[in-house]
Design a protein around this ligand. Structure first.
Ligand code: ADP
Ligand code: XUL
Length: 535
């Protein structure tokens, strides 16, 4: 039955990321049939975001208006309908969300979701459902006190990592929840449900509280990644009655409901369309890139830069990196590290050194040699996650290791790109990822000059997918996978489900001479990194 139905079916993936909400539609041969996006700053200027967020005066707090994500969904759906997407043939939809962000819903929100009206904008219907208007997002680094306190109560950083996959990190949702409970007890008290961005977007589609999936749930410092259940101790040291506010976590391939009648009426979805659990953007990218082995790593260059791979046995570090439950293999895990100074920091250098033009940036980058004549830069525009550097600043060193005020513009462009990849190579090694090939994805992966530096710094070939947005594509693939599992009535291995998907294209092989330069440079980079003030 599944085979016959599959032929005509389409699968939809949404990606509610930091700066935009994107959609990718695929057919059952994994060919992309439609793509569209809503950019928060440009398309919804009334929310006043910059890069999709509000940075607060303390330099640490970063939030996004939750209602903006609601408004974006309607706008995105309007664009799909106006573009005559065959939404009536979508058999399943799934999605991706920026990780760690939390959405706080008041008592009674569930009824409002249940009764969604096809004739009214979502924004009008849902403006009253939030206990907190401004959702803390992954860029927030305001919870250092809560991190240290929870680590102490749980028996130290390594113990927290052993249970939850990561030591306590400021952006991880458990620490954010502890902060809100302590500083805004009234908000905590009136909250019925705390959702992640991913499960919230799924809730908008099902018209009910959708569960948090186990992969994105691993980014909270609350889930026992081996038992795949909320950890009692981690919950107890966070806030009271937390389990009921979070609901039970769900496997990432599970059907969490059918699409609400509103979308059938207003956008001609089939009322039978399944909603598959939404997950985090990095887990969805892992699915979109079909990473199966620890030596096949991915580097995603979106607002944040991340590097990740699938792994079998988790060995979480109490110092750095994250282990998440794998989003497509219930027995496996994924290892990841996140660098906050990613695209926005490259944009800063582009604006400072290359008149705001990527073409100019690339010309300057290519005019400089691998190794940048020994110049190394650290561009900490936002408090950094990997390595943890809370104090912002730009630090430049010349070939002799002397601290310098500035580089010439061309050296500046190379320093930012090389520095980011050297940091990734250094820290990925520490969490057991040693790449033999790299799949590049995210907005900046369309830049070939940057990809060339990536291949040389890591000394491995770099591949790209046709579709730079692997998170939305991965969500669409997971929609297909979840649908297939549901139709067959049992778990289907993801690799078998994805058979026949298009191959990735090699973009660059490393140049041997450049590779030697970077092997040597890595040691200098590690030494200099120790000299950067951290707090
Ligand atoms: P997110 O999913 O986190 O919202 P995206 O993956 O959509 O982010 O990537 C957006 C980023 O891509 C922008 O901030 C921009 O800096 C970067 N980008 C887009 N085009 C280029 C380019 N040609 N070169 C380098 N970076 C680019
Ligand atoms: C991962 C992280 C970011 C966000 C936004 O831990 O914080 O990559 O998922 O992309």
């Amino acid at each position: 039955m599944a085979d016959a139905q599959m032929k005509n079916a389409f699968f939809l993936g949404l990606d509610s990321s930091t700066q935009s909400l994107k959609a990718v539609l695929i057919d059952s041969s994994f060919r992309v049939q439609g793509e569209t996006a809503v950019n928060f700053d440009r398309d919804l200027p009334r929310f006043g975001t910059e890069g999709g967020v509000h940075r607060h005066a303390d330099g640490l707090t970063v939030t996004s208006p939750a209602l903006m994500w609601v408004a974006a969904l309607d706008l995105l759906l309007d664009r799909m309908r106006d573009g005559r997407w065959p939404l009536n043939r979508v058999a399943a939809v799934s999605g991706s969300g920026q990780q760690h962000g939390s959405v706080w819903l008041v008592r009674g929100a569930r009824q409002v979701l249940n009764r969604l009206d096809p004739g009214l904008p979502l924004e009008k219907q849902l403006e009253g459902i939030f206990a907190l208007r401004d959702s803390p997002v992954w860029m927030d680094s305001s919870t250092t006190a809560e991190c240290r306190e929870r680590e102490e109560k749980m028996g130290g950083a390594q113990r927290v990592a052993d249970i939850t996959g990561s030591r306590a990190y400021e952006r991880f949702t458990g620490n954010q929840i502890a902060k809100i409970f302590k500083r805004q007890p009234d908000v905590y008290g009136k909250t019925e449900r705390i959702a992640l961005v991913s499960s919230f977007m799924a809730s908008l589609l099902t018209g009910d509280y959708a569960p948090i999936d186990m992969s994105d749930g691993s980014g909270m410092n609350l889930l026992d990644i081996r038992r795949r259940a909320w950890d009692r101790l981690a919950m107890d040291v966070t806030s009271p009655n937390l389990a009921e506010k979070l609901g039970e976590p769900s496997p990432s391939h599970a059907v969490v409901g059918r699409i609400h009648g509103r979308y059938a009426k207003a956008y001609s979805f089939s009322p039978n369309c399944f909603v598959i659990a939404f997950s985090g953007d990095n887990p969805c990218s892992l699915a979109g890139l079909r990473l199966q082995k620890v030596n096949d790593a991915a580097i995603s260059m979106g607002t944040s830069d991340t590097m990740f791979a699938s792994i079998g046995t988790p060995r979480p570090s109490g110092e750095e990196g994250h282990i998440f439950v794998n989003p497509v293999d219930p027995e496996a895990y994924m290892a990841m590290l996140c660098i906050k100074n990613g695209s926005l920091t490259r944009e800063y250098v582009r604006d400072m050194a290359a008149s705001g033009s990527w073409d100019e940036f690339n010309r300057k980058l290519e005019s400089t040699p691998p190794g940048n004549n020994g110049n190394i830069g650290f561009y900490i525009r936002e408090p950094e996650i990997t390595p943890p550097i809370l104090k912002t600043g730009i630090y430049r060193f010349d070939g002799a290791g002397r601290s310098v005020e500035a580089f010439d513009p061309a050296a500046e462009t190379r320093a930012v790109v090389e520095g980011q990849f050297l940091a990734m190579r250094l820290h990925a090694r520490k969490i057991g990822i040693s790449a033999e090939k790299i799949l590049a994805t995210g907005g900046a992966s369309s830049n070939r000059s940057i990809l060339k530096v990536m291949a040389d710094v890591f000394g491995v070939p770099v591949y790209v997918a046709e579709q730079a947005n692997s998170a939305a594509l991965g969500a669409a693939c997971r929609a297909f996978h979840g649908w297939l599992c549901a139709m067959k009535g049992s778990f289907v291995p993801f690799a078998a489900a994805m058979e026949g998907a298009p191959e990735f294209q090699m973009a660059f092989r490393p140049e041997p001479a450049a590779q030697r330069t970077y092997d040597a440079m890595l040691e200098r980079y590690e030494e200099l990194e120790k000299r950067i003030p951290k707090k």
